[in-house]
Design a protein around this ligand. Structure first.
Ligand SMILES: [Zn+2]
Length: 85
């Protein structure tokens, strides 16, 4: 059983030949045209790269403002750790 999140990798580390160590910092519920989606805000523990994932295999970089707003200022993320498998 493999969670879809574990198929993601950090592009920075992939390029550098390092293994990715991804940490899910927040889960945000979104309503999209396809219905509700959970967007994961993920931090790479190797290089500190921040990105978010909405579709299973799609991710994009998160800028500092958005990261602060969605991750650091969200009180619900304090107890969130790596996804439970
Ligand atoms: Zn990385």
């Amino acid at each position: 059983m493999i969670d879809s999140l574990f198929t993601l990798y950090c592009e920075e580390c992939e390029v550098a030949g390092r293994p990715s160590r991804l940490w899910v910092r927040a889960e945000i519920e979104l309503s999209s045209a396809r219905g509700p989606e959970t967007q994961h805000y993920i931090e790479c523990m190797n290089c500190g790269f921040h990105f978010k994932s909405c579709m299973e295999d799609h991710m994009e970089a998160v800028d500092e403002d958005e990261w602060r707003r969605c991750v650091e200022e969200s009180p619900e993320t304090s107890g969130l750790r790596s996804p439970v498998s």
